[in-house]
Design a protein around this ligand. Sequence first.
Ligand code: COA
Length: 174
Amino acid sequence: MTRQPDVLLTPRLSLRRPVPADAAAVLRILSDPAVARHHPSELVTELDEVEALVGRWREHWEHHGFGNCCVVEESTGLLVGNAGVRWTSTGGGRGLNLMYRFSPSTWGRGYATEAADGLLGWVRASLPDELVVARIRPTNLSSQRVATKVGLRRDPDHDAQGDDGVEWAFTNRT
Ligand SMILES: CC(C)(COP(=O)(O)OP(=O)(O)OC[C@H]1O[C@@H](n2cnc3c(N)ncnc32)[C@H](O)[C@@H]1OP(=O)(O)O)[C@@H](O)C(=O)NCCC(=O)NCCS
């Protein structure tokens, strides 16, 4: 099994394997309507929903050795977001779905770019032949900007229908 380190460090952040006690901090981020703006179906308001979600992240880690991480700001120790890769089906094959979400109070500092860059560095070293796909709503310009800053490119062959409408694919296919 290809294992991601339990803690992946970037210059300002640590991306670590989630634990059940993270649920309350994750709820504070995912219950913010600004975070769910482009994905209203992902808005969660109850702690038990987030406990179940964190449980699913942990199951992916247990079965595959990597997955969605809790992102901690090193200067404050605060949990400021989630980011990670997990297996997905795409274009009739498999891929690694890259996702990132951050607390609005930290937006614009380059954190999503830094986290995605760290994750892609690990993928390049550990799973170099895998397709990476970020699925992004057409109106989510800041997320598209993050994807292109870390080297992903628009790849309509992998566009998909999500729960909130069409999702554009940005992939590492050359
Ligand atoms: C998308 C998200 C993760 C970006 O996080 P972030 O830490 O602010 O991202 P960064 O600071 O690394 O980069 C954001 C980039 O988008 C740009 N940007 C911000 N708003 C923009 C807009 N309305 N139009 C175009 N670009 C925009 C910023 O200027 C920056 O680019 P730059 O470095 O070239 O100036 C964050 O907004 C978020 O969590 N959104 C809610 C959840 C979400 O939509 N996640 C993605 C799901 S696919």
